[in-house]
Design a protein around this ligand. Structure first.
Ligand SMILES: Cc1cc2nc3c(=O)[nH]c(=O)nc-3n(C[C@H](O)[C@H](O)[C@H](O)COP(=O)(O)OP(=O)(O)OC[C@H]3O[C@@H](n4cnc5c(N)ncnc54)[C@H](O)[C@@H]3O)c2cc1C
Length: 396
């Protein structure tokens, strides 16, 4: 996107890509369907940006989700809007998004060099003069746009090179953390429940007494912990330096404690002659019921009709707050995005230009911005890419 907007009017624009083809990560976005933007109005859009939403204000208003849609449709990729204002190609093929971008850039005269990795940006007297490639080749340039992505899914080519390149030029880089990623928890039942998916549950993330996240939705148990949409969103608020982070699972978020007490009374009465551990099938999925029975501390052989009010109250409390200590995340290998990156204080939000090095621009995930799932991260890449491209073109 940056290359496309930098091109035209006789300017010579070159994309240097270490992979054998362009936009490799796009192929795996949105489970292969590419959720390329989100049609929520910009203020609401910005509510879904976790880090530095204000920095994106100008870039996003100058190139909105509507503009993204117009761009791709004009370039041969018809789009559709799905639940939650998420936008996908009508074909459900992420490859159509890559093709539209690549073809637009090619038609506009952009030159592509593949299988070459940038080692550093060359400067002279505070301004860029070109780039040095790992192969030893040097390419002269009046402007350079660094759009090397983050550190997540390194198999797609994003291995964090941009951070090192920018550091060498004097830029400050915020520590990186995997985000939108599965979480590991110290809860002994995960393995037993591996693969079990829970719908309409509540999940909060707490660091000590501080509530960092709370929402309802879907999650699933994995070998090491938990994953699924709710967990990915929670991970955006988690930081590996947190020592007391806990995920609190509410299995009946639609019921208050008192409502749940009545529900339990009804169920225990209905199954009064069954043993307690066999009376929970209406309450929980089949695999979860025995785990909850064990966690309750109630004698499993007791008849359901004999469970005391106090036991019922403790059980209701447990159902509304299963605590799982967070021990880490699935890491960069499986994180959807990287939190952290080039410090936005050193980038002009009106141009995406470096405040330290003349002719240097930034676009996309390499910048210290990140958002939740729903098409926001790619829209950030499109908007900052376009702005960086147009601004860099002025230097040429
Ligand atoms: C599994 C998965 C699913 C996702 N799904 C969605 C989704 O549906 N919607 C959404 O909005 N976002 C999604 N994202 C996030 C989104 O893909 C990224 O935020 C976005 O691709 C960032 O774009 P970028 O251009 O900044 O970086 P990237 O797409 O990472 O591109 C950076 C490019 O730079 C190249 N490069 C890096 N270093 C060098 C170097 N030294 N020399 C030469 N080339 C280099 C890389 O090879 C790569 O091609 C998903 C991410 C993942 C991993």
């Amino acid at each position: 996107m940056a290359a496309f907007y930098a091109s035209g009017h006789g300017r010579r624009v070159t994309v240097i890509e270490r992979n054998e083809k362009a936009g490799k990560k796009i192929y795996i976005t949105g489970k292969g369907r590419c959720n390329l933007t989100n049609l929520r109005p910009v203020p609401e859009f910005l509510d879904h940006v976790v880090t530095n939403p204000r920095f994106l204000y100008k870039a996003l208003y100058a190139f909105t989700p509507e503009d993204t849609i117009a761009f791709f449709e004009a370039n041969g990729c018809p789009l559709k809007v799905e639940r939650g204002e998420r936008v996908f190609p009508v074909s459900d093929h992420a490859s159509d998004v890559t093709r539209a971008l690549f073809d637009a850039a090619k038609k506009s005269g952009v030159n592509f060099i593949f299988n070459e990795r940038i080692k550093s940006v060359v400067t002279n007297e505070g301004g860029v003069t070109g780039v040095l490639l790992e192969s030893g080749r040097r390419i002269d340039a009046d402007a350079v746009i660094l759009a090397t992505g983050g550190r997540s899914y390194p198999s797609t080519g994003s291995t964090g090179d941009g951070y090192e390149i920018a550091k060498k030029l004097g830029h400050s880089v915020k520590d990186q953390q995997p985000s939108l990623v599965s979480m590991h928890v110290g809860w002994e039942y995960c393995r037993e429940l591996e693969g079990l998916s829970l719908k309409n549950v509540g999940l909060s993330l707490l660091d000590g007494n501080k509530k960092l996240f709370a929402d309802r939705g879907e999650m699933l148990f994995t070998h090491f912990g938990v994953s699924g949409p709710l967990v990915l969103s929670a991970s955006a608020r988690y930081n590996e330096s947190m020592k007391n982070a806990v995920l609190k699972l509410d299995l009946k978020p639609a019921l208050s404690h008192d409502e749940l007490m009545s529900r339990l009374l009804r169920d225990f009465d209905k199954y009064r002659n069954k043993v307690f551990r066999n009376s929970l099938d209406d309450l929980f999925p089949k695999r979860l019921a025995p785990v909850m029975a064990r966690l309750s501390g109630i004698d499993p052989a007791k008849r359901a009709g004999e469970v005391s009010k106090e036991e019922r109250s403790r059980f209701a409390q447990l159902i509304k707050g299963v605590n799982m200590t967070v021990t880490g995340t699935g890491g960069f290998a499986e994180a959807v995005i990287t939190r952290g990156g080039i410090d936005v204080k050193e980038i002009d939000p009106a141009t995406m230009g470096s405040r330290l090095v003349r002719g240097l621009y930034f676009a996309g995930e390499v910048i210290d911005v990140d958002a939740l799932t729903g098409g926001y991260n790619l829209q950030i890449a499109w908007s900052t890419g376009r702005l960086a491209g147009l601004s860099a073109a002025k230097d040429i």
